[in-house]
Design a protein around this ligand. Structure first.
Ligand code: MEV
Length: 299
């Protein structure tokens, strides 16, 4: 069997979502395909790049291997003597949700193999357990948006359905670009926690600023007010820069997008490298894509 699962972007609210502020996130058109095949060895093996890189389920291995071990322990029969091949269109370490996509994809395969039907809430809770192997204490926004399959407003701890789809249509003027690998979500989240602990007053006021940005962006998207939404995305980027999770390259990509006509731009995901998004009037999108393609991979 084969299963396709999308990556994700965070429209606004990343990092703050870890502290209970809402975030807006959505799946993207690029993702990964997982193929389940009978293994020749008595192990559960995951392979990438057409078999070039393989990982085995191990209790004391790397985070991915521990995750496979947990999955195999939970769904014994699904993965005994099986190999899963992953064909991904998502750049690794991009902040575009590849670990969440992998977890959700493997869970869907497991449920299918075991003849179990999991509802979105059950899938979310299982995926959260898997995501912890990679990101320590994730907010859940990445896999919530992948599972929901549409733009969502997500608030940590409020994982019960419905997740409030907050825009009727995909955004026609959205551009997603990957500028280079990031340092890792857990590292970025921990570094910010240290800054937050050393200056709680400053941090609380930043969280309130982001909460306002998220609420206003949701409204603007519902109204189709791209100008306002773009402006809010750029404001969110400024706070993320204050958090120390932007980089000169991400700042330069955002500036480039705006110079080419975007209404606003920001990093997306954990930052410290990785991807950015720009919001444009639909008719200006191609110009912005061409400008970004000079120094980034547009998805
Ligand atoms: C990562 O895609 C989003 C972060 O907010 C971390 C999280 O929500 O767990 C940086």
């Amino acid at each position: 069997m084969s299963y396709w699962v999308p990556g994700k972007i965070i429209i606004c609210g990343e990092h703050a979502v870890v502290y209970g502020v809402p975030a807006l996130a959505m799946p993207i058109a690029k993702g990964m395909r997982l193929e389940l095949i009978e293994g020749e060895i008595d192990e559960f093996v995951l392979s990438f790049d057409g078999g070039g890189t393989t990982f085995r389920a191990r209790e004391d291995g790397a985070p991915l291997e521990k995750m496979l071990y947990a999955l195999q322990s939970e769904f014994q029969s699904a993965f005994t003597r099986k190999q899963v091949r992953v064909f991904s269109e998502l750049p690794t370490s991009s902040g575009l949700g590849s670990s969440a996509a992998l977890g959700v994809g493997l869970l869907n395969i497991a449920c299918h193999q075991c003849g179990v039907t999991a509802n979105e809430q059950e899938l979310f809770e299982q995926a959260m357990k898997l995501e912890r192997f990679f990101h320590g204490n994730p907010s859940g926004v990445d896999h919530a948006s992948i599972i929901a399959g549409e733009l969502i407003r997500y608030e940590k701890g409020r994982t019960s359905l419905p997740w409030m789809p907050c825009t009727p249509e995909a955004m026609p003027g959205l551009v997603v670009a990957h500028g280079g690998p990031h340092q890792g979500t857990e590292k970025a989240v921990s570094a910010l926690r240290r800054r937050a602990d050393s200056n709680p007053k400053w941090f609380q006021s930043c969280l309130e600023t982001i909460r306002n940005i998220v609420n206003q962006t949701e409204r603007a998207l519902l109204d189709g007010d791209w100008v306002k939404a773009g402006q809010l995305l750029s404001e969110n980027h400024v706070v993320l820069s204050d958090f120390g999770v932007s980089t000169p390259n991400l700042d330069a990509l955002c500036d480039k997008a705006i110079q080419a006509g975007a209404l606003g731009a920001k990093l997306t995901g954990a930052g410290c490298g990785g991807a950015m998004i720009a919001l444009c009037q639909p008719e200006d999108r191609q110009k912005v894509v061409r400008a970004l393609e000079e120094s980034a991979t547009v998805l």
